[in-house]
Write a new protein. Structure first.
Length: 584
């Protein structure tokens, strides 16, 4: 739903009840949620699952005398129609021109009562405006498809070629770095170079990349985007612009442009497509120049709905139970980029109420959350995880999040916090859930402390989802999947099973679009606690957890494979090396 609906919210609810689309109890519950958190009634109804967006829009369209359509089924829109409405208006009003005939222009809106947009468009274009109703998400996706910059890095380079100064740009030798700081600043501020860097950043955000890699080699200069966990090479800028590009990024991140020998870290905040995006910048000296990696932190992509992260129903029930405990430690483990922060933010979002004091110490604070006290680590001035945690305990917290347990001191303070009645969330870098126990033991934490404080350990990874626009089925024999360890009860003695793959289209990257989590949730019980006290190996603890019903990462991935969410290749890529295939 768009944000300018002028229908009285109470009237909308009463209308839905009167036609049987909503019960009075559901309306009352929705109004309570709205009174507590604010927001549009339609949005809340959809979030609570009481009505689907399509059904609600169809109903509103009927009330306004407008047709509800699916843009996916509408086909491609001609360039002439797209050009009939300026991009600024399309993005501001969240609408899309989809057809034109004579003096009539048909537009798709998600809010049939946004009469201001319709009147403005009529005056601006001179067309008679016909309106159809479509999903807000479909409209936004179509806007990105049709209005995203059609230019390429070649267009930017063409501008640079026309700039006389560009031909004179040369790499600055390391020995000259100190004396050429003025030249470096001038290169970084050149308009064509600014345009080139802006294009690289903008294109990455539009492709929904999580990281940008800018890498210098002896005779080349490479740019790669990490999209859905996989690096994709982009058209590279010329090698001769290497120094100017690096200087520009350093200027944007407020770093020392004259320093070429030491690593540097910084941050850039940009505004793009009416939203703010943070870039975490890391610069590392290499043989042929400085490599830059920028992590893109886009809060609009943050999913804090636990039900949309990828948990199986059984594991989600365990997770929800343990995050609501009054005290104890919940650990989330996995490599960098496996979605740990999103899982933890989702838990905090669920627990975030005015009567609860939540405090976090992070490095860095990736997403700002309203109502939560977030602290950024600053090791240079002595603000570490351990020192912040000591101060937290004097701030009367109910819940504490530790961005990462990196050392024994931080682990000990976190354990003491849980022993004194606090609920603690933290991350560890381990390959699986049982491995977290071994890691704490290796840090010097006594087993009796681990056994008495740890409530749950979650291991996770991210698998790419098949693009829904080009998804197609195929059959495969069960024998070909035996190496995955699929349990018989999941395939019901079938000889062939139907799987899915994406053939690739304009909406996706080689058949994939988006990612979903796979989870291994190990809940503590008496048997596992006794094994911890006995200093049992991670392998033995894993066997006990599986006997208690724990789904492994491979089990979770296989369920998504059989549900048509991901592919065999993704299961193998993400869970290769899994050692959980032993018999129960």
């Amino acid at each position: 739903m768009a944000n300018k609906t002028v229908v009285p919210l109470k009237k909308l609810g009463e209308m839905l009840v009167s036609v049987g689309m909503l019960t009075q109890e559901q309306l009352d519950e929705t109004l309570k949620v709205q009174q507590k958190s604010g927001g549009k009634l339609g949005h809340i109804l959809i979030q609570l699952g009481y009505v689907s967006e399509e059904l609600l829009l169809a109903f509103l369209g009927k009330q306004a005398g407008m047709q509800f359509v699916s843009l996916q089924e509408y086909g491609d829109i001609s360039e002439d129609v797209i050009k009939s409405v300026p991009e600024s208006i399309v993005r501001h009003q969240t609408l899309l021109p989809i057809a034109r005939s004579g003096k009539n222009l048909t537009i798709a809106l998600s809010d049939p009562f946004n009469i201001f947009a319709i009147d403005d468009l009529k005056l601006m274009t001179g067309y008679e405006i016909n309106v159809v109703i479509a999903s807000e998400k479909e409209i936004k996706d179509a806007i990105e498809k049709y209005y995203s910059a059609k230019g390429s890095i070649e267009d930017v380079l063409r501008d640079i070629e026309m700039t006389p100064e560009a031909a004179d740009l040369e790499l600055v030798k390391e020995s000259d770095a100190g004396t050429d700081i003025v030249t470096l600043e001038q290169q970084g501020e050149e308009a064509p170079v600014i345009k080139l860097v802006n294009f690289v950043l903008t294109n990455a955000v539009k492709q929904k990349a999580s990281d940008i890699h800018i890498e210098p080699y002896e005779k080349s200069f490479r740019v790669r985007y990490r999209v859905d966990g996989v690096l994709h090479e982009q058209q590279p800028p010329p090698k001769r612009l290497q120094n100017a590009i690096i200087s520009r990024i350093k200027i944007m991140a407020k770093l020392d442009i004259a320093e070429h020998r030491l690593p540097q870290d910084g941050r850039i905040k940009i505004k793009l497509l009416n939203k703010e995006v943070d870039l975490r910048v890391s610069i590392l000296p290499t043989n042929f120049g400085e490599k830059i990696v920028m992590r893109i932190l886009d809060s609009s992509n943050l999913c804090v709905d636990l039900h949309k992260l990828g948990f199986e129903p059984e594991t989600l029930a365990i997770y929800e139970k343990n995050i609501k405990l009054p005290f104890g430690i919940n650990l989330v483990t996995g490599p960098t980029g496996s979605g740990k922060s999103t899982t933890l933010y989702s838990a905090l979002s669920t627990l975030n109420h005015p009567d609860i004091n939540i405090m976090t110490i992070e490095d860095p604070v990736e997403f700002v959350m309203q109502g939560i006290n977030q602290v950024q680590v600053k090791a240079s001035i002595g603000l570490t995880f351990a020192s912040a945690l000591r101060s937290f305990l004097r701030q009367d917290p109910n819940i504490i999040l530790v961005g990462e347990i990196r050392d024994t001191e931080t682990a000990e303070i976190a354990i003491n916090a849980s022993l004194t009645g606090h609920l603690v969330f933290a991350t560890l870098h381990t390959n699986d859930a049982p491995g977290a126990i071994t890691r704490l033991t290796n840090m010097g934490i006594e087993p009796f402390l681990t056994a008495s404080t740890i409530a749950m350990v979650v291991a996770q990874r991210l698998v790419r989802s098949i693009c829904k626009h080009c998804k197609e089925p195929y059959e495969i024999s069960v024998e070909h999947l035996e190496h995955l360890g699929i349990k018989k009860e999941l395939i019901e003695d079938k000889k062939n099973i139907t799987l899915y793959k994406g053939k690739g289209c304009d909406h996706c990257s080689k058949g994939y679009r988006g990612r979903l989590g796979i989870y291994e949730v190990m809940e503590m019980n008496d048997d596992i606690r006794q094994l911890i006290l006995d200093r049992a190996s991670a392998h033995v603890i894993r066997q006990a957890a599986r006997k208690s019903g724990m789904f492994t990462l491979r089990d979770s991935a296989i369920r998504k494979l059989l549900s048509g969410i991901t592919t065999v290749e993704e299961v193998m890529r993400v869970t290769t090396g899994e050692t959980d295939m032993e018999a129960d």
